[in-house]
Ligand binder design. Structure first.
Ligand SMILES: *[C@@H]1O[C@H](CO)[C@@H](O)[C@H](O)[C@H]1NC(C)=O
Ligand SMILES: *[C@@H]1O[C@H](CO)[C@@H](O)[C@H](O)[C@H]1NC(C)=O
Ligand SMILES: *[C@@H]1O[C@H](CO)[C@@H](O)[C@H](O)[C@H]1NC(C)=O
Length: 356
């Protein structure tokens, strides 16, 4: 009897020490939003603001036109954007996918959503699709800086200084009001290409200002998921795939803190079944989608975008095949099983060439 109590006490001690340790690890990591702007191409710049000034003189604050408005002579929105929203509604209703399409609108989600009160816009941040540029646009629109060029690089992701609050900073009632009435959007891309991009950016290029990906996260993944124990190279895409496809990945996610925003599903980031977004942009068609979003948000007269170099956002099957080469079908199928919700919700084709 005495022994059992000792054993129990020892267990609690170990669990307690583990919790303390993991808290410490998480706290030593820096702000996950502070990723480099590398690879996120510039496509938005502020334009001179004469019309805006006129408008402000003409309209009292409440009557100012904001959010989703149809310009004069404009018919309903293009079919493709309506179809995207319909697809989401249908997939959200699919009971078999419920676990993969639904999520709680938790603080984690509210932390991902940025607020532009002046123009009644909510933007859910999904890394690796040009987010830094969208954030800069909203910072300028919010009025903290006169133009995009004036925003110091270190302030873009500093939400105490940049005047771009997170939705989580508001009270429940204020959050609900904004979710109900504001223009809401986010951008997605092919889920597997997104993971390749995150892997390259965080673990291969080893960004100078983010040493924790190489020094804390990569070793954690290798320890648990490396198959070949004699392999001594740094983290490989295979290790990453095995971590993401593991149904028990949350154990490690908790230690990685908010850094997981670079690879958790779009469902977990933005709750597309719980929040009814106004427009979903696709990285692959950003040339059309970026101007459309600006127009629908009612800010196209305030910001413009240089042309995106052709081909840069196109899905590259050769690259995807190259990265998955040599990874077992079992591991790829487990990965797909986790990201199936994202594939289905946003209309990305199931990558049969990898799975069969
Ligand atoms: C959904 O998740 C719950 C709890 O995590 C589990 O019990 C259930 O079997 C899952 N359903 C499906 C369809 O995967
Ligand atoms: C494991 O890794 C070592 C070192 O790279 C390599 O020589 C060996 O062939 C690998 N074994 C298997 C089964 O892949
Ligand atoms: C696709 O990716 C491959 C391998 O990374 C690269 O060599 C090729 O240039 C890319 N193709 C296009 C059209 O970008």
């Amino acid at each position: 009897m005495h022994h059992q109590w000792l054993l129990l006490a020892a267990c609690f001690w170990v669990i307690f020490m583990f919790m303390v340790a993991s808290k410490f690890i998480t706290l030593t990591f820096k702000d996950p939003d502070a990723y480099s702007t590398k690879q996120e191409f510039l496509f938005l710049t502020a334009v001179p603001d004469s019309r805006k000034l006129q408008e402000e003189q003409q309209f009292p604050e409440e009557l100012k036109p904001t959010g989703k408005m149809l310009a004069d002579g404009q018919l309903a929105q293009p079919l493709v954007y309506m179809e995207r929203l319909e697809l989401i509604q249908n997939v959200c209703r699919d009971a078999a996918l419920k676990n993969l399409s639904h999520t709680a609108v938790s603080k984690f989600v509210l932390d991902r959503i940025f607020v532009c009160d002046k123009h009644k816009i909510l933007f859910c941040q999904t890394p690796k699709v040009g987010n830094t540029q969208w954030k800069k646009v909203l910072i300028v629109l919010n009025g903290a800086f006169p133009s995009i060029e004036d925003i110091p690089e270190n302030v873009v992701h500093d939400h105490e200084k940049n005047g771009l609050p997170r939705l989580s900073a508001f009270s429940d009632a204020e959050i609900q009001k904004r979710l109900k009435t504001y223009f809401k959007f986010f951008i997605v891309r092919d889920p597997f290409e997104r993971l390749i991009s995150a892997f390259k950016d965080k673990f291969v290029h080893n960004p100078r200002f983010e040493p924790w990906y190489r020094h804390e996260i990569a070793p954690g993944i290798i320890r648990k998921y490396r198959r070949n124990r004699t392999e001594t190279r740094g983290i490989q895409f295979e290790d990453f795939v095995r971590y993401l496809g593991d149904p028990n990945h949350r154990w490690l996610d908790l230690q990685f803190g908010d850094h997981i925003i670079h690879w958790v599903t779009y469902v977990e980031l933005c709750a597309p079944c719980e929040i009814s977004y106004s427009v979903i942009g696709h990285h692959e068609t950003l040339e059309d989608d970026a101007p459309y979003i600006l127009k629908e948000a009612g800010i196209d007269h305030l910001v413009s975008y240089p042309t995106i170099p052709p081909g840069i956002t196109v899905y590259n099957k050769t690259k995807v095949e190259h990265y998955f080469l040599g990874i077992s079908k079992r591991d790829i199928r487990r990965l797909y099983a986790r990201f199936e919700g994202d594939f289905k919700l946003f209309g990305y084709q199931k990558p049969d060439f990898l799975l069969n």
